[in-house]
Design a protein around this ligand. Structure first.
Ligand code: ADP
Ligand code: MG
Length: 440
């Protein structure tokens, strides 16, 4: 019976790997089926985060595969097998999204994080904090632009802390959730509960604190939460897309609190780190693309790590549509054009040229004061590209565009970045400009 079950499970995994390569992870090999009875397949997992990943990301695909292979209607149950460590309070450790419960991603562990010159200090600080929370760097503040691994490091730190001591009270959440929670508490007259929840934790981790911009009352509340925890030597870890001083309209006293501990930046990964990250991601997905494909992606995608991963997923997905083989030819097709020669320097004036041609606006308009959308949008695109493609600081970029200050540049960057994620037209336009600038 056990053999039959093992055989079914093995075939299920192979089917999943073949048809749903994007969600497949190499740790699936370690999952054990427990029983198949009365239309239920019970699957044992040793980690909470695995259980969540399977339930939320894979349940439908897994069910489909199980039904295809057995020819029966079957439901799945994911059982947490680490019985010794099951605690009544287990779930209370996590807080977060709309449902009030937050789960960490099994992908975001220290083991899966590649260390390079761009993130060495941030990584070392997180490891140190996970080893002695509240004592080394407090608060720890990590900043860097999108897709460079801030959330990954924060979650890895939390997971490592929980691994060492499951009783630890860790609150991890995005700053947006904190703000929304606060607003709701005020509206419902439940400030006491809110304060109790946030101030009785061992570790408070808040992702993307730039969200505090212009939220005065939330800043005030955050300030007091911070002080209470700090004074009782509880660990605080924060991330943002810029340094504390660069967060627009952040109260001075908060800036100085954030600067009290360690502030460290993550930069864009260099070529070697990009290669190592691709190797790691491939390994996690149980695939082995040829070295030339890894080099090709690492040369071609420089903007951030999230896109690097996206490229790998895309190529892998395309390969699965054919014979499963990943080749350079296929990678070229999947990512379009020829690779860029490495190390090319792009100047702000090249960016301005490209953007003014594309939108048919004049240099003097881009540098001038007019704020109509027909000018403001191209200007924001310029600033976005300048931040992404050149090494200039926010101040320097502001200087090029009529002496605007760094907060304006940051605002522009965020605006275009958001549109890039949510609006196909903007993405198409930005990608076109980037290709034009990097492939000349
Ligand atoms: P951020 O929060 O800074 O916007 P994320 O933490 O969401 O970035 O990272 C985006 C993606 O890139 C994630 O899938 C993450 O695992 C991956 N990533 C970023 N840096 C690294 C790294 N050094 N090693 C492995 N994966 C990384
Ligand atoms: Mg993030």
């Amino acid at each position: 019976m056990v053999d039959v079950l093992a055989d079914i499970w093995d075939r299920v995994l192979r089917t999943l790997q073949k048809n749903h390569s994007n969600i497949w992870r190499s740790w699936f090999e370690q999952i054990e089926p427990i029983s198949l009875e009365n239309g239920w397949l019970r699957i044992g997992v040793p980690e909470r985060s695995w259980q969540q990943y399977l339930m939320q990301t894979c349940n439908e695909s897994l069910k489909e595969a199980v039904q295809e292979i057995t020819g029966h209607l079957i439901s799945l149950e994911y059982v947490y097998t680490d019985q010794e460590n099951i605690l009544e309070s287990d779930l209370a450790n996590y807080q977060g999204d709309e449902t009030g419960i937050f789960y960490f991603s099994p992908d975001y562990t220290f083991d899966n994080f590649v260390v390079g010159p761009c993130n060495r200090l941030a990584h070392a600080a997180c490891v140190a904090v996970s080893e002695s929370p509240g004592h080394t760097y407090n608060p720890l503040f990590i900043h860097g632009s999108v897709g460079l691994g801030k959330t990954h490091l924060l979650q890895a730190t939390c997971q490592s802390l929980l691994k060492q001591d499951k009783q630890r009270r860790i609150t991890y959440m995005s700053c947006e959730t904190f703000v929304n929670d606060f607003i709701r508490a005020v509206e419902e007259g439940k400030l006491y509960d809110f304060r109790y929840n946030y101030r009785h934790v061992d570790v408070l981790v808040i992702d993307d604190v730039q969200f505090l911009t212009e939220r005065e009352r939330s800043q005030e509340e955050f300030f007091h939460t911070f002080n209470t925890l700090y004074q009782s030597r509880k660990q605080i870890i924060l991330s943002a897309d810029c340094s504390p001083a660069e967060i627009p309209k952040l109260e001075e006293r908060l800036v100085s609190r954030f600067n009290q501990g360690l502030v460290t930046r993550i930069d864009k990964p260099c070529y070697e780190t990009r290669m190592a990250i691709l190797h790691k991601k491939a390994q996690m997905r149980g695939i082995e693309p040829p070295e030339e494909v890894i080099c090709f992606i690492a040369r071609k995608i420089e903007r951030n790590t999230r896109e690097l991963e996206g490229a790998l997923t895309k190529i892998h997905g395309m390969a699965m549509l054919y014979d499963g083989k990943i080749t350079l030819e296929l990678a070229r097709q999947a990512l379009g054009e020829e690779p860029t020669p490495p190390g090319r320097q792009i100047s702000i004036s090249q960016i301005i040229d490209a953007v003014s041609n594309c939108f048919n606006v004049r240099l003097s308009d881009l540098q001038g004061k007019r704020r109509s959308r027909s000018i403001a949008f191209p200007r924001q695109v310029c600033m976005y590209l300048a931040r992404d493609l050149t090494a200039h600081s926010l101040e320097e970029i502001g200087g090029y565009f009529g002496g605007r200050d760094h907060t304006t540049v940051l605002h522009a960057y965020r605006n275009i970045d958001r549109l890039y994620d949510n609006d196909e037209k903007t993405r198409f336009l930005v990608d076109g400009l980037v290709v034009g600038l990097t492939q000349r």
